[in-house]
Design a protein around this ligand. Structure first.
Ligand code: ZN
Length: 188
């Protein structure tokens, strides 16, 4: 095949692997997940990032074992200050592609995907997206508060101080009442 044609074909099926024509044993692939990948997904909360994916596919008689190594970062809004920050991505996932149908399931393992015997092209993009999504932390913040937008942090701190002061004022009558009772007791 002409080398240029090879490149074109790879571009078209960017995250698709060919199961049937793949040799038995270990096969390694490398992908870069970037803004256009996230941009193609309207529902994606991630809009940009660069994640390197090293994919190993072990082809066996009855199944394919996929090991995904995801490493890089995605851009997310910080829960603390609202500015964007780079969330580190570093995760490994293992997926089993087995010949058969969902009806054959005797366990409900999430990491097992059933495929048809005559299925050749297997698109990985949804799987890649899912694994990036589930690797995101619940609490999404800059690594350190010093990296946050300091104007926002200052505003939040002032707001909190004002709230504390208000609470202290509300608490004051109770305190002065106790002081009065104590004073009366001492006077008697
Ligand atoms: Zn922040």
């Amino acid at each position: 095949m002409h080398p240029e044609l090879g490149i074109m074909k790879k571009e078209e099926n960017k995250y698709t692997i060919q199961l049937e024509s793949m040799p038995f044993g270990n096969n390694d692939f490398q992908y870069v997940i970037n803004d256009s990948f996230f941009g193609e997904r309207d529902y994606s909360e991630v809009k940009s990032g660069v994640v390197n994916l090293l994919l190993n596919v072990q082809k066996l008689e009855s199944m394919f074992i996929l090991t995904l190594n995801l490493e890089g970062f995605v851009v997310l809004p910080c829960d603390r200050c609202g500015d964007d920050y780079n969330q580190k991505i570093d995760s490994v996932a293992k997926i089993f592609l087995k010949y058969g149908s969902v009806n054959d399931i005797d366990n409900d393992d999430d990491d097992v995907i059933f495929i048809n015997k005559n299925e050749n092209d297997f698109d990985l993009s949804d799987i890649i997206y899912d694994y990036i999504s589930i690797s995101l932390p619940i609490h999404r913040v800059h690594d350190d508060e010093s990296l946050c937008n300091q104007d926002v942090i200052k505003y939040l701190e002032e707001n909190k101080k004002r709230q504390d002061e208000q609470e202290a004022e509300v608490g004051n009558p109770v305190w002065s009442d106790l002081m009065k009772q104590l004073k009366d007791k001492l006077d008697n």
